[in-house]
Design a protein around this ligand. Structure first.
Ligand code: AR6
Length: 180
């Protein structure tokens, strides 16, 4: 795990793991589909641990637009709430960089408006939606590092599945911190 101090007093962590198993985090982010139902990857892991109550709560809130985020309860997950973001499908939803940045920004705004002190993100759009990992994580980190609405958040964690993604994200973070 890598930890960096950002925005004076916030810990930014990059770690390997399962987004559905972050018991010390208040709000986890789902890489959702427009219908807010279970799927593969992150959405599959989150819905299967949350149980069917999550899909029931999501149903009347769907569909959501690309770049948008909504918040629900966490049901059987060990967290307080889940923020569901619909990332862009690479090569299909344009402008994809703006839409992806909007996911991260919307999630941070929702976490703050719900007075969350911690949030964990997966690498939105970098699985089934095909966004190249380096480009996508650079956008996510840029939004997290430059977000100007921090009030309650004290911990922002990025949870990555593979060692390769973890190594790439560390390189991007180290470069961003050097350039600050
Ligand atoms: N914890 C953390 N990261 C994970 C996990 C996990 N449990 N599982 C996969 N990843 P994806 P997307 C990584 O496909 O690209 C779904 O079916 C994965 O290696 O979950 O936004 C939805 O229903 C990749 O780097 O999200 C949508 O239809 C990243 O998380 C669609 O896929 C995101 O992979 C969303 O696609």
């Amino acid at each position: 795990m890598k930890t960096a101090k950002i925005n004076n007093n916030i810990n930014l962590e990059i770690t390997r793991g399962d987004i559905a198993n972050q018991p010390d985090i208040e709000v986890i982010v789902n890489a959702a589909n427009a219908q807010l139902q279970t799927g593969g990857g992150v959405a599959g892991a989150i819905h299967s641990r949350a149980g069917p109550g999550l899909a029931d709560e999501c149903q009347p809130l769907a569909p959501i637009n690309t770049g948008e985020a909504i918040i629900t309860g966490a049901h059987n997950l060990p967290n307080k709430q889940v923020i569901h973001c619909l990332g862009p499908v690479y090569g299909i939803n344009h402008p994809e960089a703006k839409l992806l940045a909007s996911c991260y920004r919307s999630a941070l705004n929702l976490a703050e408006s719900n007075a969350a002190s911690s949030i964990a993100f997966p690498a939105i759009s970098t699985g089934i939606f095909g966004y190249p990992f380096l480009e996508a994580i650079s956008i996510g980190l840029d939004v997290i590092l430059n977000f100007n609405g921090y009030k309650n958040l004290k911990l922002v964690r990025i949870v990555l599945r593979s060692q390769d993604d973890f190594n790439s994200a560390l390189d991007v973070l180290n470069k961003s911190l050097r350039d600050c």
